[in-house]
Design a protein around this ligand. Structure first.
Ligand code: BGC
Length: 773
């Protein structure tokens, strides 16, 4: 065993023994951040195979014309080289007597305790602690406590700032100035090659012996892209030396540093560094822990009374990551598919945001949700560029996005094709088009749940209308007199170049309908706003088009057995025995036997496709239709995307299959905090983590926004006796407490009445209600 999830009651995700095979997993799942920056939890000492990453949100750079823009791996401040009595500290040598690495989700601190016998037989105790401040966005703090267990010792410590980092070989930075201030503050500068973003780093060591500050003089070393200091300290037997390393990073992309000359940015960063150094590890940690409580744990905690303590740990783990991955400070930035936890997906934003992550923030921190949707609005120029490049009109959102005006940034080539030996072409950037409707849906969902009219006036209407304009231009005249959407990739990426993907067509129709409704409503009720938008988008000419096209858009209908064809050919494709892949240990194993072309021609799905549509457009489909499609498609779905399980969990619960729902929840919860050692190497799965929250609150909690109305139809799994959570609805904070027999809703804000239904019955809550189940 390496991973240890048994300390759930203490909020601990841990590794209880050192196994280099788990380096990547722990680096990812124990990464630390605050949405501005995020540091992977690579061990302080070097280990072969490590992936030491530090990302600052939104600092995208394109290394080369043949590559897409990506989040660059900035200089490293975390590595420390220790020599204990002349012997290099490495857990790959000597003997590890005891080992424990723990992430405390409540405070955001990680602590690694090691008792190590060096190859020469001398024993030492080392405790490495680290956190990234949640509210001081630029700050990373490390501490190492070294105690000799066999007599006096001499310790050599080397550390600093290392700009030799890269992304899979691509070096995004040019080297800048290096300098030591006042004999202790090291400064390193680097600038991204294409986007020209300056990064200014500082790091400062300080020392204490048994708590008494020591004035240690370091020897300064500068090398190619490196600045570091070397210290030599004698530690008497029985004493503990504490090494503290405080680091900060500022960039010229920071909103409050825009337009600053590099020298001014350096001055600002140095002043920030000195200010921080006046405070110590403990005070800064306590402050950050308070921020965690205020923002999350005391504000929107989710409490699960389950016979499996892991369930509680999983939902807290999900919330922890949602806050460290989300650039809440800047609406020009969005969330990467791997958050900020690894180089996977290059820091790019996908539909994962709107479909999976946005709902968490809509219901838990609406101001963050607004920022995420404002990002889409600010990205409209890129969406226009993409539409016109494809000879369409309006706003066509990129499948993958990075900086707001980048437009499409999906890489063109991907993994090896096992048949041809060539790289596989990634078609999503060209033809995975449902993202445009997903973005519109996200804006609408935000508005329906929050009632934020100001957002709608500034951004929301325009997003829905401009995307509606795209779809009207996208529809293709068929020989049957209907309008089709041909040659797309739907959510199920195992099917390429399909016609009339049901999800895409239904969502496009939804988008056009909403555009038409809002256009008419604005004309009647908000003439000024209407005329401004009409001038921008040509609404007067669009309205009749929308109306006419809505009547003719082809929406795949149910067969006799109530199954809806996922696309025009899916149901005619050959079925193969999927047992082997259904029972796989690692996802994507089908690619070891077939290439994409072959998979496209089989009835096998990567992830939920039609089933997501049932969640988004819930009222359009009967329970029987949902059940029939579940039974047809689930056995053919490999859940090879981590996005798949939570959708299936929620629907299983809706269909009354609570055991299955709980099983799916447990599998979804274990994607990152699970036993599998390799799943998270390239980073955590952002959408899947938010999916855990959705499974709990939308699934077992039964919360749904349906046509603008709140519905709560809970159904707890047998393993749970209670569930307790908070949601915001139109500015009212609701505290929801659930058992198998009762649902309690308290309106904590209480300034307005919230209307909702529970199992079809209407209720109003301004104070508190209790509904027997
Ligand atoms: C999934 C997509 C998802 C992407 C990023 C892919 O494997 O098929 O639906 O958007 O990963 O998470």
């Amino acid at each position: 065993m390496a991973m240890d999830y048994s300390r759930a009651a203490d909020w601990i995700v841990a590794e209880d023994s050192f196994d280099p095979e788990y380096l990547g997993k722990c680096e990812s799942i124990m990464c630390q951040g605050n949405g501005y920056l995020c540091l992977r939890n690579a061990t302080d000492e070097f280990n072969p195979g490590e992936q030491r990453d530090l990302f600052v949100a939104g600092t995208f750079n394109k290394f080369d014309d043949n590559e897409v823009t990506e989040l660059p791996n900035a200089a490293d401040i975390s590595r420390l080289d220790l020599r204990l009595d002349g012997v290099r500290f490495s857990l790959l040598t000597g003997k590890v007597e005891s080992y424990d690495r723990a992430l405390n989700l409540k405070t955001g601190e990680t602590t690694r305790r090691v008792v190590w016998t060096a190859p020469n037989g001398k024993r030492y105790q080392l405790v490495f602690s680290r956190f990234v401040s949640l509210d001081r966005l630029h700050l990373i703090v490390q501490k190492v406590e070294v105690t000799p267990l066999d007599g006096d010792m001499e310790l050599d410590i080397t550390g600093g700032i290392n700009g030799q980092m890269n992304n899979g070989g691509s070096q995004h930075f040019s080297e800048g100035d290096k300098r030591l201030f006042e004999g202790r503050h090291m400064q390193y500068n680097q600038t991204t090659g294409q986007s020209g973003i300056h990064f200014v780093f500082h790091t400062t060591f300080s020392f204490a012996m048994d708590g008494v500050p020591q004035d240690e003089k370091g020897f300064i070393v500068m090398d190619r892209r490196i600045i570091k200091q070397e210290f030599k300290v004698a530690i008497p037997a029985g004493k503990t030396l504490t090494i503290q390393k405080l680091s900060t990073v500022y960039t010229s992309r920071d909103r409050d540093s825009e337009g600053l000359e590099l020298s001014a940015l350096q001055e600002k960063a140095l002043a920030g560094q000195k200010g921080i150094c006046a405070l110590g590890y403990d005070a800064l940690l306590a402050e950050s822990a308070r921020a965690w409580s205020a923002k999350v744990w005391d504000n929107v905690p989710v409490t699960i009374q389950s016979e499996n303590a892991f369930d509680q740990l999983a939902i807290r783990f999900s919330q922890y990551h949602l806050y460290i991955m989300t650039p809440m400070h800047d609406n020009r930035m969005n969330i990467g598919a791997k958050g900020l936890s690894g180089e996977g997906y290059k820091g790019h934003t996908f539909w994962d945001t709107e479909m999976f992550i946005l709902p968490y923030f809509i219901y838990s921190a609406p101001e963050v949700a607004r920022s995420l949707e404002e990002y889409r609005w600010l990205s409209l120029p890129g969406a226009h560029k993409k539409a016109s490049g494809n000879q369409y009109e309006g706003a066509q959102f990129p499948w993958e996005s990075a900086w707001i005006d980048d437009g499409e940034v999906t890489p063109v080539w991907g993994a090896a094709d096992i048949v041809t030996g060539l790289p596989t072409k990634i078609w999503s950037g060209f033809i995975e088009q449902h993202i445009t409707a997903d973005v519109a849906y996200g804006a609408w969902e935000y508005y329906q749940v929050t009632g934020d009219q100001d957002f709608m006036d500034r951004c929301g209407y325009e997003l829905i209308l401009d995307t509606g304009k795209f779809w009207a231009s996208r529809l293709e005249e068929g020989t049957d007199g209907l309008l089709h959407i041909n040659d797309v990739v739907g959510p199920d990426e195992y099917k390429e170049h399909v016609d009339d993907n049901a999800f895409t067509n239904y969502m496009a129709a939804w988008n056009i309908r909403k555009a038409l409704e809002y256009s008419r409503q604005l004309k009647a009720e908000r003439p000024e706003l209407y005329s401004a938008l009409d001038k921008k988008l040509g609404l007067a000419a669009l309205e009749p088009q929308w109306e006419e096209k809505l009547n003719r858009i082809y929406l795949p209908q149910t067969r006799e057995d109530l199954v809806i064809p996922q696309d025009r050919t899916y149901l005619t494709l050959k079925d193969i025995d999927l047992t082997k892949y259904k029972n796989q240990k690692n996802v994507g194993s089908i690619y070891r036997d077939y290439n994409q072309e072959q998979i496209t021609h089989m009835q096998v799905s990567k992830q939920a496709d039609i089933l997501i549509m049932f969640l988004l457009l819930e009222n359009q489909f009967s329970a029987d239709v949902k059940r029939a499609n579940w039974s047809y498609y689930e056995p053919r779905t490999l859940h090879d995307s981590s996005l798949s399980l939570s959708t299936h969990c929620i629907l299983a619960n809706d269909m009354g299959n609570r055991d299955m729902a709980y099983q799916l929840f447990s599998s979804a919860a274990a994607i990152d905090v699970g036993p599998n050692m390799k799943t998270s190497d390239a980073g955590i799965h952002a959408a899947s983590l938010a999916g855990i929250w959705q499974s709990v609150v939308f699934g077992f909690g039964g919360v749904r926004m349906l046509d603008g109305k709140l519905r709560i139809d809970p159904a707890l799994p047998d393993a749970w006796t209670g569930l307790d959570f908070y949601i915001y609805w139109h500015g009212q904070k609701l505290h929801i407490t659930l058992s198998h027999t009762a649902l309690n809703i308290e309106n904590l804000t209480g300034t307005e009445t919230v209307e909702l239904t529970v199992y079809g019955k209407a209720y109003q809550v301004q104070g508190q209600i209790c509904v027997e189940l």
